[in-house]
Design a protein around this ligand. Sequence first.
Ligand code: PLP
Length: 394
Amino acid sequence: MISETMYELGSRRSSIRELFEHGKRAAAEVGAENVYDFSLGNPSTPPPPALTEAAMAILREEEPCAVHGYTSAQGSAEARRAIADDLNARFGAALTADDLYMTCGAAASLCILLRALTVKPKSRFVVQAPYFPEYKVFTESMGGELAVAPADTVSFDLNLPAIEALITPDTQGVLVNSPNNPSGVIYGEDKLKELAALLSKKAAEFAHPIYLISDEPYREITYGKTVPYLPHLYPDTVIAYSYSKSLSLPGERIGYIAVPKSVTDHDKLYAAVCGAGRSLGYVCAPAFMQRLVARCAAMTSDLEAYRHNRDLLYPSLVAMGYECVSPDGAFYLFVKAPNGDAPAFSEAAKALNILAVPGDDFGCPGYLRLSYCVDHAMILRSLPAFRQLRESFS
Ligand code: PLP
């Protein structure tokens, strides 16, 4: 017998991957320069040169069996100390190495946290749309359920009454992702303080903590607005982080979980994180990458390339008549389908070789996501096709 659930998951690609594969086929037919692929959130700016230097120095100078060998299950003390130092310096956090757990990227961070916090069948986790589609896969695979608050399609800010309505006695956590994939919105401090007050009220009412799970792979990709450090606003915050975007290392699978000391039942939750990592088979994140992070935790890639792209694509599309919230961070635009039907609009875009992901999987029908972590010249080449597409829906 084979698990039908896993069969379903494995045989049906996500709409993002589906489009990406279509792009490769189209490129073979019409030439790569004539395909405008905005499907995938794959960083288009290289890792910082100092990181490449550090990688070579590690390989040259350090003992190979140590570089490629197992580390402690929770990650090497050096990497965890370096990350704690970096977060303490940037946010005035009070983290120690013992509050950090190294992971294979944000996906693993989330799965481990969800596993550690799922206490009964259908433990509930609440998220606001639009949200990263894998949240549903991760939550359900860990035995929980994802309850989705509808998007506020005016501002794409937190919709607190809708979140409150979904918090039940079975609610273990609320997931937030800011800067947001796919809207690019950064949740402001005032709204987050209101969310914190709401969660404190509900935790008191139900007599158990409600953890705020902050998924932060885009923390450093911002265009002027700051991203509040959530443990300062709500003590029961745990952080899922990844170097996939900030250091342009998505294929290397490296990130961490932070469980600040302020969290209720800190020691037990940290041990449960270790247990969840163990039960999922994530024993020790890639060791070479841990060594690299130990040296490069405070670096980022040249993230200005994304601002340059945003400053071209966003105003150009708005001038053509597209509606879209102005992105404060990350590298996505979430554009309203002019006909209200995102899958149909995505198909029409595909016919002009523009690859844009329908928002339905993000819990927000009627919108499309454009990833602008792409070559700037490709954006320039794509603009006439965007204009033709818009005009065909006038
Ligand atoms: N969370 C969000 C919001 C993302 O956009 C992504 C990847 O794009 C992930 C988590 C997974 O990140 P990683 O590749 O580090 O596992």
